[in-house]
Ligand binder design. Sequence first.
Ligand code: CAA
Length: 258
Amino acid sequence: MSDYQYIEVSVEDGIGHVSLNRPKVLNALNRTMIREIVTVFDDFDQREDVKVIVLTGKGRAFAAGADIDEMADDDAIRMELLNQFKDWDRMNMIKKPIIGAVQGFALGGGFELALSCDLLFAAEDAKFGFPEINIGVMPGAGGTQRLTRLMGKTKALEWLWSGEMMPGKEALQYGVVNRLIAPELLNEQTFQFARNVASKPALSVRLIKEAVEKAEDYTLAEGMQFERKNFYLLFASEDQKEGMKAFQEKRKPSFKGR
Ligand code: CAA
């Protein structure tokens, strides 16, 4: 499965793995690469043998941002007509869990790609930031919105205006990343966590993601109503019958994802 120019793709143990593969330019994200990522994510979202998606980067960076060389001569109207961020938006439609593992730099669009993941594990040497300010632009793929939701207005503005790099420890403190891990253990621990989620009943995993995402936009009452419907819906699944029966019979459940 390597029909792609800028990424590597594999599937094993229920985990669909995409690895950014332009290490010479620190995985700078060009349009083709984003399209490739999202095409594979869409495919993974449909496949029964993929329960969880893991996104990693090859080399000394997760991704150092959108490809500046590709953008440098662009103009506003061309970007509008191209609908520059359409493929990025498609990532928000993925229903399966996406876990990102960040080593080295996650900057600009690379940070935005990381923030599009549901969970982020990072190596202790990871560095996050929005250096767009230093090249006369600003984030365009959700950075101002997602960072502000995570750390609040004042802290987000500090990072966005300074363009400085946020060390992993600080990213952990603000809930930007879930876990900081020794670099040599990053992949192993990320995949271990992914396998654990992949072993859970897939419909529960999916409907939990859907409900948690609503929490950002819904009022508490609306969100609770939404949650309840998803809870009821799971009683139409085979896995609910199996999970509860296995508990009563004191045995391990065997989930089918239905
Ligand atoms: N686009 C294109 N090429 C990039 C790149 C990027 N975003 N980031 C790094 N590269 C290339 C460099 O040009 C260099 O290529 P050459 O070897 O051919 O010269 C190679 O990757 C290695 O980079 P450096 O030599 O610069 O490595 P370094 O260790 O000295 O510095 C760095 C690392 C601090 C990350 C530095 O590369 C850097 O500042 N990169 C740009 C970061 C940036 O501004 N990102 C935001 C882009 S805009 C954006 O993302 C908009 C959006 O919201 C969608």
